[in-house]
Design a protein around this ligand. Structure first.
Ligand code: CP
Ligand code: NVA
Length: 305
């Protein structure tokens, strides 16, 4: 079996990304019908969580169970990782026992070091740089509601964080335009800006970014690991809440997305996230289907299964 990792959306080419999203919707239909589809019988996913999680943990664990496999939750608190065992050694050991590994960590480099020493595929379950699994679900969600996202305009309003970076990668891979409105000092990393090229426009005005956009997206103002910056960030981001007035600037039929967890009254008004244009619960559900599709792809079992 050819080993493939998924550390960033760029680990898939455009055709592969489209295929994974399409398959995610097929797997969703299979599960909604109640049909059994268990091609990963006997396979184990090792999941290392250095940060908290609700959706990522549950969707991977349930996804493996539905596919006939098994998932193992590993935290640094209860493993030798927390006592200083090198990530390279952990990779060598785990990848002789499990068939695929998911890691949620801080430094993206941790994932790269693990992957370099792993015999099995490694999936990024969120790093400080990117959150590619969330993008699989979000792209699936957009496609299910509105069709192909290519040629559309998406507005990211808020922090230039890991989710923003993954949207930038998606804009390039699926050829849509991404407007990013953030306060000065909170722009995305220049590495992602350079790579995204013409697919991305940076600005500071939330309403300008939202004007006639097909999709508005935001995320928390302080990500995991930035808790002590919360107060300073809340002040810097006051003009960046997606409220009804910002939503009203968007195109007719525009959607609202948020990867969750959300803070009503901060990055999004309750009336928007709980309103008719919000598809956040579909995004959350699609984490399950999109990652099942990814697992099938990486384990190369969809044809044999
Ligand atoms: N959106 C997301 O990754 O959620 P969790 O932090 O709950 O996994
Ligand atoms: N940007 C957020 C996403 C959480 C799913 C964080 O990294 O905490």
């Amino acid at each position: 079996m050819k080993r493939r990792h998924f550390l960033t959306l760029d680990d898939l080419d455009t055709d592969e990304l489209r295929a994974v999203i399409k398959r995610a919707s097929e797997l969703k239909a299979i599960q909604h019908r109640g049909d059994r589809h268990a091609p990963l019988q006997g396979k184990t996913l090792g999941m290392i969580f250095e940060k908290a999680s609700t959706r990522t943990r549950v969707s991977f664990e349930v996804g493996m169970a539905q596919l006939g496999g098994h998932a193992l939750f590993l935290s640094p608190r209860d493993t030798q990782l927390g006592r200083g065992e090198p990530i390279e050694d952990t990779a060598r050991v785990l990848s002789r026992m499990v068939d695929v590994v998911m890691i949620r960590t801080f430094a993206h480099e941790t994932l790269e070091r693990f992957a370099a020493h792993s015999r099995v595929p490694v999936i990024n379950g969120l790093s400080d740089d990117v959150h590619p699994c969330q993008l699989l679900a979000d792209l699936q969600t957009y496609t299910e509601h509105r069709g192909d996202i290519s040629g559309r305009t998406v507005a990211w309003i808020g922090d230039g964080n890991n989710m923003c970076h993954s949207w930038m990668n998606a804009a390039r891979l699926l050829d849509f335009h991404l407007r990013i409105a953030c306060p000065p000092g909170y722009e995305p990393d220049t590495r992602f800006i350079e790579k995204a090229g013409d697919h991305v426009t940076l600005m500071q005005d939330a309403k300008l970014a939202a004007t006639n956009a097909d999709l508005l997206v935001t995320d928390v103002w302080a990500s995991m690991g930035q808790e002590e910056e919360q107060a300073r960030r809340a002040e810097a981001f006051t003009a960046y809440q997606i409220d009804e007035a910002v939503m009203a600037c968007a195109a007719h039929g525009a959607l609202f997305m948020h990867c969750l967890p959300a803070h009503r009254g901060e990055e999004v008004a309750a009336g928007v996230i709980d309103g008719p244009q919000s598809v956040v619960w579909d995004e959350a559900e699609n984490r399950l289907h999109a990652q099942k599709s990814l697992l099938e792809f990486l384990l190369d079992v969809s044809l044999r299964g």
